[in-house]
Design a protein around this ligand. Structure first.
Ligand code: SF4
Length: 216
């Protein structure tokens, strides 16, 4: 497994490759960010950013969203995958925010995860990006990149990936490391066709070395 030092080196290189790696969902408040993250499950951030201006024009806060019909929410987000289920969860979460948190998005994981349709990854992303609270969210890119680079065991669960990476990286680097890994996974270490021949991390990447050896 990649040592702590080499893991930190790899994250540093990713930072040099993608100095502008930052959240790409657009939102004007923690509530809108939470809704955007909920919409982004199995959808691209670009597709979410296309529908949220209209959605947030109609329903800018938890008050308006909780009072909206599911059909009205669906109409604004119908181009996003799983939109019916997402509309249901967004409405239910807005209602729960009003009932339990005075309409304010909580800034701790336990309360966030008490909201309908909000899992650990969504909670971590909201904590990190909306509140700058140290968290290391593991999405599909982060899981793939950490496993290809053998930063974590191949069979590690998502929770184990999160915990191991938090041990290997200094707390103040968790949020930036998450964003760097997303960019690295999106543009260099792609799911189907990783660009190993041009990868600056090939020297520390067993998966990449094996892939290129097989191709010879
Ligand atoms: Fe991904 Fe290939 Fe780079 Fe390894 S060498 S991190 S598999 S792109």
């Amino acid at each position: 497994m990649l040592s702590k030092t080499k893991t930190q080196y790899a994250v540093k290189v990713m930072g040099e490759m993608f100095p502008d790696a930052r959240p790409s969902l657009r939102a004007a408040s923690p509530f809108q960010y939470l809704v955007s993250v909920m919409l982004s499950a199995q959808a691209t951030d670009i597709s979410v950013n296309k529908v949220t201006p209209q959605l947030f024009k109609h329903f800018p806060t938890a008050i308006e969203m909780a009072a909206a019909t599911e059909t009205a929410i669906q109409q604004d987000i119908h181009s996003i995958g799983l939109y019916r289920n997402k509309a249901k969860h967004i409405k239910a979460t807005s209602q729960a925010l009003l009932v339990n948190f005075a309409g304010v998005v909580p800034s701790n994981r336990q309360d966030l995860m008490s909201l309908p349709g909000v899992g650990r990854k969504t909670a971590d992303v909201v904590l990190a990006d909306a509140f700058a609270e140290p968290a290391f969210a593991v999405d599909t890119h982060v899981e793939r990149v950490t496993k290809r680079l053998h930063m974590v065991p191949q069979k590690a669960s998502v929770l184990e990936v999160e915990q191991l990476m938090m041990q290997k990286l200094p707390k103040e680097k968790w949020i930036t490391a998450h964003h760097r890994m997303i960019y690295f996974g999106r543009y260099q270490c792609l799911a189907r066709a990783p660009k190993c021949t041009t990868c600056p991390l090939l020297s520390v990447c067993l998966a990449g070395q094996q892939r290129l050896a097989k191709a010879k």
